[in-house]
Design a protein around this ligand. Structure first.
Ligand code: SF4
Length: 89
C-alpha cells in the first residue's frame, strides 16, 4: 500500500504587510497599465507574494512592454537582470 503524495506547497507567498494606500496604488496601476493576461502575476510580484524568479520575469515583462520576444532579444547588457532574464534562447 502506498501513501498518497504530499501536496506541494503553494508557490505564492503569504501577503506582505502593506499599507492600504500602497495596495490601492498597485491595484490601480495593474488595472490601468498591465495586459489582462499578466495582471494576476504582476499583482502578486508587486505585493511581494512571488519567488525571486517570478519577480525577475515580471520586471523584464514590464520593462519590455509585456512583449515576450523583446525580453528574448534584450540587448541591455548593463542591466543587472540581463543574465537572469526569462525567455533566453
Ligand atoms: S534584462 Fe532587459 S528586459 Fe529585463 S529588465 Fe533588464 S533591460 Fe529590461
Amino acid at each position: 500500500m502506498t501513501t498518497p503524495a504530499t501536496p506541494r506547497p503553494p508557490r505564492v507567498k503569504p501577503p506582505k504587510a502593506m499599507s492600504a494606500e500602497d495596495e490601492r496604488y498597485i491595484d490601480e496601476y495593474v488595472t490601468r497599465s498591465v495586459p489582462e493576461k499578466h495582471q494576476l502575476a504582476t499583482t502578486r510580484a508587486l505585493k511581494g507574494q512571488t519567488m525571486k524568479a517570478a519577480s525577475v520575469k515580471m520586471m523584464c515583462l514590464q520593462c519590455s512592454g509585456f512583449q515576450r520576444n523583446e525580453v528574448t532579444e534584450c540587448r541591455v547588457i548593463t542591466c543587472a537582470l540581463h543574465n537572469h532574464r526569462p525567455y533566453q534562447k
